[in-house]
Ligand binder design. Sequence first.
Ligand code: GLU
Length: 268
Amino acid sequence: MCGIIGIISEREVKPRIIEGLKRLEYRGYDSAGMAVLERDSGRIRIHKKKGRVDELLPILTQWDFVSVSGIGHTRWATHGEPNDINAHPHSDTHSRVAIVHNGIIENYKTLKETLISNGYLFSSRTDSEVIAHLIEHKLESNHDPLTAFREAIQELDGSFAIVALFAGDPDHLYAVRKDSPLIIGVGNGETFLASDIPAFLPWTDRAIYLEDYEIVRISPKGAEVFDLNGKPVNKETVHIPWTLSQAEKGGYKHFMLKEIFEQGRVIA
Ligand code: GLU
């Protein structure tokens, strides 16, 4: 289980996705990647590499388009060796959606077999790629991104924090969590999603904590949260009282203490 950042903003996001990922580096990882939406064409662009987050930096000079929405990931491989192809984000057959995923999709084999028999083409050996194709499959039933995302999530078993970016939908990112951390950061004219607070703390200290199976749609104006049936859920925005270095330790004085107090949740 490693790092996730998602940003949707009124201003450029590309360098900040890499910056956010760098603040999650302390968790350890084997590869890193990002997907952004080209604002003018609505097209998804993906760059991912085995190795350090810094390997992503050269793309910033090559990508000369504006992006106001994007997602980033640091991977700790569970299914499929660490390489460029297995790195996240993953996309569907027609590049309609890009996803990042932390955790394990336990029923991915059955889902993958069904999707392949329906003509979907897989490129990686990960469990995570099924999420992208499953969402594409739902989009093909004429669903809007929120409904497609919500319906796809209902078919997943396992643990996950997922953030999705849709082609042609520059105003939103979609997310969900189950047994894997994911927090919303509420900024000014921008909204964040991250697996840990340090990723967005330089830009906002206001956060919304999520429960399992809450479906999230963020825009630069804020966040909407729904239950699995699509019913809106009211959420409280809280102030994070920590500095960046305190946040990296989850509010504890030392990493050792953080790890000790995390044991209960880890074992559960
Ligand atoms: N199970 C996924 C994979 O192997 C996600 C791993 C992670 O949480 O980084 O790609």
